[in-house]
Design a protein around this ligand. Structure first.
Ligand code: 13P
Length: 255
């Protein structure tokens, strides 16, 4: 039985003040919730402070990116060992904003996946198609290509204890979420695609949905059998909305 994971991707938002207030509010809202793993990924500057404020809670620390190098002359980068050192657990890689604004390729993202596994960190591999690709009927081909970059270089076993986030680009920050049925169809495709290589690995991999998840639409998304939680952007910046989403996942997936 897969345990759902709801993770907040704060993107380029935050301040010391916000880290204090938002984490205090989340601890309060989520103190009695069991049945759903929870993580937050603040900007890298605030990871250490966030870890401090999360102390003793069940909320895990995540990060939004990692470099492929471990140390050396790579100005501006942060390594997997550094993220591990400060207590991060889940590391987002391949987010569409990084693929678009930083020209990250499937091959580079597969390298990041490998470096995280070697460090004992959990990759949260973001995949998903653009609006044009969706309209051209290429959703499955795009998702398959993005997963194959990891499957073909590292093998299916690399997906053990990892997370895939299906985030259709047209749904990110638009208020236009995929419908539960649309998302379920793609999640099932992703799981079946991995199952062609290793059925047991496919069965345990967490597949989150991301893209305009909010307090109003989360519960229905989580009724779908292959939706194992959510990667939440905008709504993760509000403690009450994020808590509703976490509680909806815990409720939908219990038993
Ligand atoms: P929104 O929830 O703001 O649409 O963002 C989704 C996302 O990109 C999470 O990684």
């Amino acid at each position: 039985m897969r345990h759902p994971l709801v993770m907040g991707n704060w993107k380029l938002n935050g301040s010391k003040h916000m880290v204090n207030d938002l984490i205090a509010a989340l601890r309060n809202e989520l103190s009695s919730v069991v049945g759903c793993d929870v993580a937050i990924a603040p900007p890298v500057t605030y990871l250490d402070l966030a870890k401090h404020h999360l102390g003793g809670s069940r909320i895990a620390l995540g990060a939004q990116n990692v470099d492929t190098h471990l140390s050396g002359a790579y100005t501006g980068e942060v390594s997997a060992e550094m993220l591990k050192d400060i207590g991060a657990k889940y590391i987002i890689i391949g987010h569409s904003e990084r693929r678009t604004y930083h020209k990250e390729s499937d091959a580079l993202i597969a390298e990041k996946f490998a470096i995280l596994k070697e460090a004992g960190l959990i990759p949260v591999l973001c995949i998903g198609e653009s609006e044009a690709e969706n309209e051209a009927g290429q959703t499955e081909a795009v998702c398959a290509r993005q997963i194959d970059a990891v499957l073909n270089s590292l093998g299916a076993k690399a997906f053990e204890n990892t997370v895939i986030a299906y985030e259709p680009i047209w749904a990110i920050g638009t208020g236009k979420s995929a419908t539960p049925a649309q998302a379920q169809a793609v999640h099932k495709f992703i799981r079946d695609h991995i199952a062609k290589h290793d059925a047991a690995i496919a069965e345990q991999v967490i597949i989150q949905y991301g893209g305009s998840v909010n307090a109003a639409n989360a519960a229905e998304l989580f009724t779908q059998p292959d939706i194992d939680g959510a990667l939440v952007g905008g709504a993760s910046l509000k403690a009450d909305a994020f808590a509703v989403i976490v509680k909806a996942a815990a409720e939908a997936k219990q038993g």
